[in-house]
Ligand binder design. Structure first.
Ligand code: FES
Length: 113
């Protein structure tokens, strides 16, 4: 059942760029699943967006290995660099392990800045 939920949520997000509440309500009715369960899945995974996302997102791993390799300085530098832009333009987020260790950074962009 959960694979079906992910497929449906991914399809909605591909279509809209995020998960509009009206689409979640329609999916809830279609699947016969309480809305709170869909919302729980969608809000748990950082891959899903419940509101239109920023044009770009920097995810910086702040787990211990990356912390020791300068993740905090990287985050501070990114915040200084992009501090003047609105949250519609760019968001800098702390995340757990990205499976990379060096550099502890993932960038997602819907358009070029
Ligand atoms: S611990 Fe930072 S990417 Fe794995």
């Amino acid at each position: 059942m959960s694979a079906v939920i992910f497929d449906e949520l991914n399809a909605i997000q591909r279509q809209h760029g995020y998960l509009p509440s009206a689409e979640l309500e329609a999916l809830s009715l279609r699947m016969g699943m309480p809305l709170y369960r869909l919302h729980g899945v969608a809000s748990f995974y950082p891959h899903f967006h419940l509101a239109p996302p920023a044009r770009a997102e920097l995810r910086i791993c702040v787990d211990m290995s990356c912390h020791l390799r300068g993740a905090c300085e990287l985050k501070e530098g990114a915040e200084r660099m992009f501090g003047g832009l609105s949250e519609k333009e760019i968001v800098v987020r702390d995340v757990s392990c990205l499976g990379a260790a060096i550099p502890p950074l993932l960038c997602r962009s819907t358009t070029h800045l």
